[in-house]
Design a protein around this ligand. Structure first.
Ligand SMILES: [Fe+2]
Ligand SMILES: [Fe+2]
Length: 320
């Protein structure tokens, strides 16, 4: 009887460890599927096969557990099998934890790479410090208010990565143009307008490929009169969202030739830009976000640095 109780204890403990490992593994797999879908490197059949194998494994383990509980008496060989099952489950658990740690380390490295790139942009463009983070914050706020029918068309991580790196192409613009305090000449403006193309070139052949089009199109307009005259139908949804955040960020920031706009004025200007520069439906969603949420996120208060350049936003905000 004692042998049977020990066997049941060993199998049940192993079962609990396996269950914990599998739940943890399934969670990681689901996350991986979401990320991999964005990168288009993870086929659906691999995901389905993994899930089926996991469920079969779990069913097998439960069957063994029931057999042990139902058996009249345990022998030494039953004890050995139960011990092997427990050791096996500990091994599986160790593997899952190790994989999770490795995955977390990779995610941390990825976040650090993004932070380094953002710091590099801001080191170049000294007068718009905090702009990338500011645009990413506004973009995230917009994403949280999108209706499900729009949300399911985009990926949150693609959107936020593209938002924080949208001006990465400024790295390739000469300092004397980027930081020019006076009005830009037509030629200099043409050079500045190349920054979405430079951003595309920088990221095109990297694992950030999925955000390239959003970055390339972040200065495009709904009426097709943006930097590269791309028609509305070909502008990615992510770029249309970032365009609103970028515009709002520019309006809420002091410039040498004008002070920053109040929140109400900025919202009014954004509304006026709907249908020509910005997407009407997205502007409606943006303008429906309560002011308090902008304040809570620090989105209004953090945008008070003094800018001294006459760069890009005048293209967006003619007459503002
Ligand atoms: Fe830009
Ligand atoms: Fe920008």
């Amino acid at each position: 009887m004692l042998l049977k109780i020990i066997c049941i204890f060993l199998v049940t403990s192993g079962g609990c460890i396996i269950l914990y490992s599998l739940v943890s593994f399934i969670k990681s797999l689901v996350n991986l599927k979401i990320q991999a879908n964005e990168q288009k490197i993870f086929a659906d059949w691999i995901y389905t096969a993994s899930m089926v194998l996991i469920l079969l494994f779990l069913l097998g383990y439960i069957t063994v557990g029931i057999a042990y509980v139902a058996m009249p008496a345990a022998t030494l060989s039953n004890l050995i099998v139960a011990s092997i099952l427990l050791l096996g489950s500990v091994f599986v658990c160790t593997m899952v934890i190790t994989l999770k740690r490795m995955s977390a380390a990779i995610s941390k490295k990825t976040a650090e790479i993004i932070k380094t790139l953002v710091n590099t942009i801001e080191a170049k463009d000294q007068y718009t410090q905090g702009h990338s983070v500011h645009v990413a914050g506004i973009t995230e706020l917009i994403y949280n208010h999108l209706p499900e029918k729009i949300k399911h068309k985009i990926s949150r991580s693609v959107l936020t990565d593209a938002a924080i790196l949208h001006d990465i192409g400024k790295i390739g613009i000469a300092d004397n143009i980027l930081n020019k305090p006076d009005k830009l000449t037509a030629e200099e403006r043409k050079i500045i307008e190349q920054h979405p193309q430079i951003g595309k070139n920088i990221l095109e052949h990297t694992s950030y490929q999925s955000i390239v089009e959003a970055i390339y199109c972040h200065h495009e307009r709904i009426d097709g009169k943006g930097y590269f005259n791309i028609p509305s139908g070909k502008i990615p949804l992510e770029a249309k969202i970032i365009a609103i955040a970028d515009t709002f960020s520019a309006l809420c920031t002091d410039r040498v030739y004008r002070p920053k706009k109040t929140y109400d004025d900025a919202i009014r200007i954004i509304r006026e830009a709907a249908g020509t520069q910005l997407d009407i439906e997205l502007v409606d969603i943006f303008c429906s976000i309560p002011k308090k949420e902008f304040e809570d996120e620090g989105v209004i208060s953090c945008c008070s640095q003094s800018g001294k350049t006459a760069i890009e936003e005048t293209i967006f905000l003619k007459g503002t």
